[in-house]
Ligand binder design. Structure first.
Ligand code: HEC
Length: 132
């Protein structure tokens, strides 16, 4: 029997098994995420300048803003806003929900589906549901 071959095969098999297990772990983690990749990307593209990379309302734009953006990580504050109002504010802007005009309207940028996904993402960020 060729010693070299018999040594190489057992060394290769566990590595392949580990690799497969790794892929499976990644796939199940993705399936368990309560928001879409697209929502995360949209937030990081359009919202962080004001609402902050930490989602706490302290984005780079905010120093001179007369009205400070909502702290999306605040469970109490976000819990006070029903899902429909969050979606309405995102789609039609702050004025549409009697809030500041400094919150822009995104209805021309994002589809209703994307806005719905953002609402789900915001519920993940605040770790809260609507209390209204
Ligand atoms: C130019 C700055 C700016 C950007 C960009 C911005 N916001 Fe805002 N946002 C604000 C401000 C300011 C308020 C607070 C308005 C108020 O309380 O009167 C706000 C409030 C909100 C609220 C609370 C609405 C309510 O009814 O109280 C939500 C939800 C929100 N923003 C989501 C988003 C999302 C999602 C994005 C990205 C798609 C975004 N914002 C981008 C400035 C911004």
């Amino acid at each position: 029997m060729n010693m070299k071959t018999s040594l190489r095969i057992p060394a290769f098999l566990p590595a392949a098994a580990l690799l497969a297990a790794g892929f499976m772990a990644c796939a199940s983690a993705a399936a368990g995420t309560p928001y879409t990749e697209r929502a995360l990307r949209n937030y990081d593209t359009y919202c962080v300048q004001c609402h902050g990379v930490k989602r706490n309302g302290r984005g780079v734009n905010t120093r001179d803003m007369a009205v400070q953006p909502r702290d999306h990580s605040d469970a109490k504050g976000m819990g006070d806003i029903p899902d429909e109002e969050i979606a309405h504010a995102i789609k039609d802007g702050g004025l549409a929900v009697n809030k500041s005009v400094l919150m822009p309207a995104w209805g021309n940028v994002m589809s209703d589906e994307e806005i719905k996904e953002l609402v789900a993402y915001l519920r993940f960020v605040c770790n809260c549901g609507s209390t209204k």
